[in-house]
Ligand binder design. Structure first.
Ligand SMILES: *Cc1c(COP(=O)(O)O)cnc(C)c1O
Length: 454
């Protein structure tokens, strides 16, 4: 069967508010052409992020009612811990309110001046938490990972040669090595089991722990099952357990493959680090059996972790994302190949060659998608990265527009609608115009910048 069928039916619906093109033109103008200023109920299909936007299941909502809100020793914590341990057999499981809180605690212990933290690609909060301690965040991605046209199946892999060099030269400055699965800042590309295994071997030889930034571990496991030799007949559960068997710890944002709207954790084996981490946790998040979460949140995560490794779910999830990617490719829209797990990245600079990078082709495309169909996407390009610390500006490496797909939220026909809107935008692409920034803050300008149409 070719039809992608959602492996769920819908028990509770959330109505969308339809708007006309005229209304949307007015709304986006009043939002200074910055999609972050839009009210989300003026958005029809919200592809801004896949983080915390998951639809929970009936089982999770039932779990919410079972949440036990005891300050210490809640049964919800023990259910959460066992659910994590079932997949990731670490000794210490420390709940936090989201992924960055786990990062903050981890790098408060291991970061510092003269410290180097290698990663395939640091996610932006990870980089910020490493750098906030004075340490250096080193990205060691392979050449294929940097080439948008390469169809290598594992473009998220860490560069093993570069890692070996780093550990040989500066090993004494490296308290841990991280690998991000899937590689969010590298367009959601997966990491192979062979790469994780080889990196773990290198780390072991140098006595350096390997940690996984594992926000999308289940999506990564699905790519391994589908694309890596020797894994076709293994279950997702087996693959997930093998992935974590190579690691000494992990950070997690449960807002992704935890299938919840808020939550995260830090897990590790080292006794002394765990003790320090719990002390920091008490300072900023809460008692070790709830961290930054309510008991009901812990229940929802425990159930989400059972559901996310379901193969019917993952089949639907990854097929639906790649269906969008393939349909855009077929109509001529340039995207980062191959489609990643959680999002499709459109190469706006290639699609709109008449708009120079400093007139923000990504912003032009994102704004037009909203005007055309009420779709909200996210510019990842010169608006986000172009401002230099001295206030000057230069083109980012790429001008991309990310279409991130929330989990279990949109149906096949919503995706077909997105594709149809793209067809219209693509046909009229030569008429699109760039933007000029009329207000920007000194940092993270993409959130609050104001634009005028050129
Ligand atoms: C989202 C994310 C984080 C941070 O998690 P939050 O829950 O948003 O704090 C860290 N690493 C990666 C790869 C992520 O995608």
């Amino acid at each position: 069967m070719k039809t992608i069928i959602e492996p769920f039916r819908i028990k509770s619906v959330e109505m969308l508010r339809m708007t006309t093109r005229d209304e949307r033109e007015k709304l986006i103008r009043e939002a200074y052409y910055n999609l972050f200023y839009l009210h989300s109920d003026d958005v029809l299909i919200d592809l801004l992020t896949d983080s915390g936007t998951t639809a929970m299941s009936n089982r999770q909502w039932a779990g919410i009612m079972l949440g036990d809100e005891s300050y210490a020793g809640s049964p919800s914590y023990f259910r959460f811990k066992e659910a994590v341990r079932n997949l990731m057999p670490f000794k210490h499981i420390i709940p936090t309110h989201q992924g960055r809180a786990a990062e903050k605690i981890l790098f408060s212990i291991l970061g510092g001046k003269d410290v180097i933290v290698p990663n395939n690609t640091h996610f932006d909060t990870t980089r910020a938490n490493v750098e906030a301690t004075g340490a250096r965040a080193l990205d060691l991605i392979t050449a294929a990972g940097l080439d948008p046209a390469s169809t290598d199946p594992f473009k998220g892999n860490i560069d093993l040669e570069a890692l070996k060099d780093c550990l040989e030269k500066d090993g004494d400055k490296v308290p841990l090595v991280m690998i991000t699965i899937t590689n969010n800042s590298g367009s959601g590309q997966p990491v192979s089991m062979a790469n994780i295994r080889a990196a773990a071997k290198l780390c072991k030889a140098h006595g350096t722990p390997l940690f996984l930034d594992a926000c999308r571990f289940a999506e990564n496991a699905w790519f391994i099952k589908k694309k890596e030799e020797g894994y076709q007949n293994k279950s997702i559960l087996e693959i997930v357990r093998e992935i974590f068997s190579y690691a000494d710890g992990m950070t997690m944002s449960a807002k992704k493959d935890g299938l919840v709207n808020m939550g995260g954790w830090l897990a590790l084996n080292d006794e002394a680090w765990a003790m320090e981490a719990r002390n920091l946790l008490i300072l900023t998040e809460g008692f070790p059996t709830y961290g930054g979460l309510a008991g009901r949140d812990l229940e929802a995560i425990a159930i989400g972790l059972e559901e996310v490794v379901n193969e019917d779910y993952l089949e639907y999830r990854i097929t639906s994302t790649s269906y969008l990617g393939k349909s855009l490719t077929k109509m001529g829209v340039p995207i980062v190949q191959p489609p990643g797990g959680h999002a499709i990245y459109v190469d706006a600079r290639a699609m709109l060659p008449h708009i120079p990078p400093l007139e923000y082709p990504g912003q032009a495309l994102a704004v037009e998608l909203y005007k055309m169909g009420g779709i909200r996407a996210c510019e990842i390009g010169t608006v986000m990265f172009g401002r230099q610390t001295d206030g000057s500006e230069k083109p980012a490496a790429q001008d991309l527009v990310r279409l991130a797909i929330p989990r279990r939220v949109y149906t096949q026909s919503h995706i077909d609608y997105v594709i149809e809107c793209f067809k219209e935008v693509y046909t009229g692409r030569e008429k699109l115009k760039g933007f000029r920034i009329i207000y920007e803050p000194p940092m993270l300008r993409h959130f609050t910048a104001k634009f005028t149409l050129l």
